[in-house]
Design a protein around this ligand. Structure first.
Ligand SMILES: [Zn+2]
Length: 401
């Protein structure tokens, strides 16, 4: 008996070279058949997806979703997991270091069990995470043993370590800051990776630019992630408009480059500068918080996807950057991230909307585009979940130009 049948949609899964109108059958939370014209009479529920794009469930590997456990009165700094997740068309999210060794228990014990979205987190190298930003001021804010203990205790949720290359920690500790994070990741022996935020948004210290090449060549190894790859900030991948050679070399070694659109870590100009040098990032993430969901410039992952389309990245690549590639980063590529029989039934239904859209970045930059994406429905492990009204007063779509 088929629990759910999604019919007539345009299935787009670049990782599987799949692009065409087909049906998907789901049973017990797994995809059981992908074919044209699957017999409908045996299905408990049928969703007619005619005119819609049916993709693997979207995966957002840079979010701040520790809603409610940061500090009273500043709850807007964090998004709610399912608001940024399943109710936004996103089936899996990674919280990128909102908490550290001394407060991550709040996340793993009280937030994760209540989420429908598949939820992972990175442990911030700073013991309090960004509950107190800057999270690393000096060596006292790092506890390697406590970090290893946390990763070892909860490898089901804690898949890696996060370090931000920001002031004042990069000044007081230099390269020892990301090295300490790497020590935690390696020391846990759970296969944890390191995600590093590049770009000194906290101080614009020139030391950030000095450390970036060293970080890329000496600290990061295969499977580690650089986030904010399209940033204009000091210490990101651009130096006087030129992409660091060390970034290209690191990529050849298997280091992953993520976008992390967020707020002050992205501009259309710096994005063009990086990508015009042939460097299109591997993964696209939102770096979303509750504040940015409402005030922008990042309202949703689907909006970030539309921004990439407007920058000239193909729809296929944008889907790959938000499905199969992030699944590989999380090590769940054999369970989700593609439309494959036997995999988790994590599926996103999207509407591609044509129009004259206007996108904004934090620097005052604007960009126009002719396509936007609107999430219509989310399927997480076979369960159909409605998306919400959307972050804007008028719903999901970007401003009209
Ligand atoms: Zn972030």
């Amino acid at each position: 008996m088929t629990d759910l049948l999604i019919t007539n949609g345009r299935l787009l899964d670049p990782a599987r070279d799949l692009d065409g109108v087909m049906d998907i059958a789901i049973e017990d939370g797994e995809i059981t058949e992908i074919a044209p014209n699957i017999e409908q009479s045996s299905a408990v529920r049928v969703i007619d997806a005619a005119g819609l794009l049916v993709t693997p469930g979207l995966i957002d590997i840079h979010t701040h979703a520790a809603a409610g456990i940061r500090m009273a009165g500043r709850e807007d700094m964090m998004a709610d997991v399912d608001t940024a997740g399943v109710h936004s068309g996103v089936t899996t999210i990674l919280d990128a270091g909102s908490t550290g060794a001394f407060n991550v228990g709040g996340f793993v014990n009280f937030i994760v069990p209540g989420t429908v979205t598949r939820t992972f987190a990175l442990l911030n190298v700073g013991t309090m995470g960004v509950a107190r930003a800057p999270e690393v001021r000096d060596a006292d804010d790092i506890d390697i043993d406590a970090g290893i203990a946390a990763l070892t205790a909860r490898p089901d949720v804690l898949v890696g370590v996060k370090a931000r290359m920001v002031s004042p920690g990069i000044k007081t500790l230099g390269i020892e800051l990301p090295k300490a994070a790497k020590k935690i990741a390696v020391g846990a022996d759970t296969g944890a990776f390191l995600m590093v935020h590049v770009g000194d948004i906290m101080g614009q210290d020139p030391v950030a630019a000095e450390l970036a090449p060293q970080l890329l060549s000496e600290v990061l190894t295969e499977g580690d992630v650089v986030t904010h790859s399209l940033s204009f900030q000091v210490g990101a991948l651009l130096n006087d408009g030129r992409l660091l050679d060390e970034a290209k070399v690191a990529r050849e070694r298997g280091v992953i480059f993520d976008v992390g659109v967020g707020k002050a870590n992205f501009s259309f100009e710096s994005a063009k500068q990086v990508m015009d040098q042939g460097f299109v990032p591997d993964t696209l993430s939102s770096d979303i918080s509750q504040a940015s969901r409402h005030a922008g410039p990042t309202h949703s992952l689907v909006e970030c996807m539309a921004k990439m389309l407007a920058l000239g990245v193909s729809l296929e690549d944008v889907i790959r950057m938000t499905t199969s590639r992030p699944a590989e980063v999380l090590g769940i590529e054999n369970e989700t991230g593609t439309l494959t029989v036997g995999y988790d039934a994590d599926i996103t239904l999207l509407e591609v909307v044509d129009g004259d859209f206007l996108f904004r970045d934090e620097t005052g930059g604007t960009l126009t585009g002719s396509k936007a994406l609107r999430p219509v429905s989310t399927v997480r492990a076979g369960e159909v979940i409605p998306v919400d009204f959307g972050p804007r007063p008028w719903g999901w779509l970007p401003e009209r130009a």
